[in-house]
Design a protein around this ligand. Structure first.
Ligand code: GDP
Ligand code: MG
Length: 614
């Protein structure tokens, strides 16, 4: 069963959680605010209009700081909790948990001290509220927010800007649709000049959430009365106006206590010739009950929308937290674990690129299938085996004694010369594979979501991978060049054995020596060398890819991160922390989101704990 008490105290508990977790409606963090969704009563009025007096008489205690100048410089969230008759009265500040105040003059001192603690002696104002709970059998359940008095001029010692600052702070509280405005105006002033009514009219033109309170009825000029205001003719509001008679300064000086003052006020309305017909709806006790009842009904109406707001926000905050990632432990073990986890995530993506599943690995096959064969085809063997060059090379190899049967040396030189050309495409294939691998590392780092938080780790990981790939490239080149060199160091004998013998083919009518130097002879040599080179080219077309895959691709899959792991293993705890140093804005955001999430969850628990009468 939801009772009056349980509803208002529910909101009180949520409000306290808001203050503890830094939600007082300030929009500076761009975080969702629960505070603003909670209904509350904000007290507004000009300086000396009687705000403090009204609050004190609602509570039935003196506990607010007094003095000249702007005394209230931080909002005071005053939560009243009704206790059983006969229970002791006490107060408690949220910022001083477990400290019970039974002496209300100490409450007054603590409000003043706590104000200064935040605003300093400079007498600045601050929007961060002080939260005070009063437990008493004499109060009604109610939450009121005392705000600095609206003023026209700064008093000495306070900066001129304070006038504007107060106005915007008060406005920020009352413009919220969930704010109930307690607008205090003194009766001994023209209502048309009331600061409270002026502001209320601006933020609540229909008057549906404004309660008009007229103080100082006893101080009106003889022969005048406030019936035009109290009966709603001067300024119409949805709720009836309430007239109040607080203690005068003289009463305060004489230490007239609150109970006596309430009694006096009741008597005033009962016996007043002007107001006795209204006496049942006048006075601070009536005002307290009226507000409590209204707050109660507003909360009852708002609870479903607050609940759905809470659930929606929890979802949003949780998904943002997921996005921001888990916070990392501060000890070296946790950091190392995080780094290794991130490396694993990266490696998995990198392998998917190579093995398929993610694009990019196919470009390595492109190197072998297209780039290498094209480069081989473009090698300038036509020039190398031109008649002219063959004749030159063979003659030079012969020296003074031309070859008798076959130009053994000439063949060798022509072949060796041709084989040299293969180094280029072999190296180029290794380089091309290297570039693909490097690009895949870059892509994979970008695609490892979890890594995005850690720019330092990202760049160190990339640098280390590049270093490894560089090693693989060197090894790949050595191996590919070695394949070419191997071709040069031992020629395939069978190829030559199987060549048709020239001498036997030559006709007897022509002298062998003459035949040996004809164009046909050199052409034959060129063609033999050309087909030998073609055979080698085919071999290399098949073996260079094997070298590149063996030395580069396979190694990248097996040990791309070995170097990085070794580097990380040598790091001290502090250096590990540096690797994981996140963007500070992001860390801050995570802390804020976590706090806000905690708030919303505790609010949800609070609401769940109350069973509703529907
Ligand atoms: P605040 O600045 O709005 O908080 O105003 P205070 O509550 O401090 O009141 C300013 C002065 O007006 C004090 O000296 C009060 O005693 C006096 N005062 C407030 N309300 C009444 C009232 O209804 N009747 C009389 N006679 N004096 C009042
Ligand atoms: Mg005051």
């Amino acid at each position: 069963m939801a009772t009056m008490e349980s509803l208002i105290s529910l909101v009180n508990r949520i409000q306290r959680a808001c203050t503890v977790l830094g939600d007082h409606g300030g929009a500076d963090t761009a975080l969702p605010t629960l505070w603003e969704a909670l209904p509350s009563v904000a007290v507004v009025g000009g300086q000396s209009s009687g705000k403090s007096s009204v609050l004190e008489s609602i509570v039935g205690r003196d506990f607010l700081p007094r003095g000249s100048g702007i005394v209230t410089r931080r909002p005071l969230v005053l939560q009243l909790h009704k206790t059983e008759d006969g229970q002791p009265e006490y107060a408690e500040f949220l910022h001083l948990p477990k400290k019970i105040f039974t002496d209300f003059s100490l409450v007054r001192k603590e409000i003043a001290d706590e104000t200064d603690r935040l605003t300093g002696r400079t007498k600045q104002i601050s929007p961060i509220p002080i939260q005070l709970s009063i437990y008493s059998p004499k109060v009604v359940n109610l939450t009121l927010i005392d705000l600095p008095g609206l003023t026209k001029i700064a008093v000495e010692g306070q900066p001129d800007s304070i006038v504007q600052e107060i106005e915007s702070m008060v406005r920020s509280y009352v413009e919220k649709p969930n704010s109930i405005i307690l607008a205090i105006s003194p009766a001994n002033q023209d209502i048309a000049t009331s600061d409270a009514i002026k502001l209320a009219r601006e933020v609540d033109p229909s008057g549906e959430r404004t309660f008009g309170v007229l103080t100082k009825l006893d101080l009106m000029d003889k022969g005048t009365d406030a019936l035009d205001v109290l009966e709603g003719r001067s300024y119409k509001l949805q709720h009836p106006w309430v007239g109040i008679v607080n203690r005068s300064q003289a009463d305060i000086n004489k230490n007239v206590d609150m109970i006596a003052a309430r009694h006096k006020e009741r008597e005033y309305f009962a016996t007043s010739p002007e107001y006795s017909h209204l006496s049942s709806t006048m006075g601070s006790e009536y005002l307290a009950k009226l507000l409590s009842k209204h707050l109660e009904s507003v909360i009852r109406v708002k609870i479903p929308s607050i609940t759905s707001l809470i659930n929606k926000t929890i979802e949003e905050l949780e998904s943002e937290m997921d996005h921001l990632g888990r916070p990392i432990g501060v000890d070296a073990g946790a950091q190392l674990y995080t780094i290794l986890e991130l490396c694993r995530a990266f490696e998995k993506i990198f392998k998917e690129h190579l093995d398929g599943g993610r694009p990019g690995g196919d470009r390595i096959y492109g190197v072998f299938d297209n780039q290498l064969p094209t480069a081989l085809k473009k090698l300038p063997f036509d020039r190398h085996l031109s008649l002219q060059n063959v004749r030159k090379v063979v003659s030079e190899a012969d020296g003074y004694q031309p070859h008798l049967i076959a130009p053994e040396q000439g063949y060798r030189r022509l072949i060796e010369g041709a084989l040299n050309y293969f180094r280029g495409p072999a190296e180029a294939s290794v380089d091309a594979v290297h570039l693909v691998l490097k690009e895949l590392v870059r892509k994979s780092i970008g695609e490892t979501q979890e890594l995005n938080r850690f720019p330092t780790l990202q760049s160190e990981l990339a640098a280390s991978c590049h270093q490894s790939l560089e090693r693989f490239r060197e090894d790949g080149k050595k191996t590919a060049i070695r394949l070419v060199d191997m071709e040069a160091s031992y020629l395939t004998v069978e190829f030559f054995r199987n060549l048709p013998q020239e001498v036997e083919k030559g006709s007897n009518t022509v002298a062998p020596t003459v035949d040996r130097y004809t164009e046909g002879h050199f052409r034959r040599i060129a063609s033999n060398v050309s087909s030998y080179i073609g055979m080698v080219s085919e071999t290399l077309r098949l073996s260079v890819p094997k070298a590149a895959v063996h030395c580069q691709v396979r190694e990248a899959k097996r040990s791309l991160l070995s170097l990085f792991y070794a580097q990380v293993g040598r790091k001290e705890a502090k250096q590990l922390g540096l690797l994981l140093d996140e963007d500070p804005a992001l860390m801050e955001r995570r802390v804020q989101c976590a706090k806000r999430l905690e708030l919303y969850k505790s609010a949800r628990d609070e609401i769940d704990a109350v069973s509703w009468a529907r």
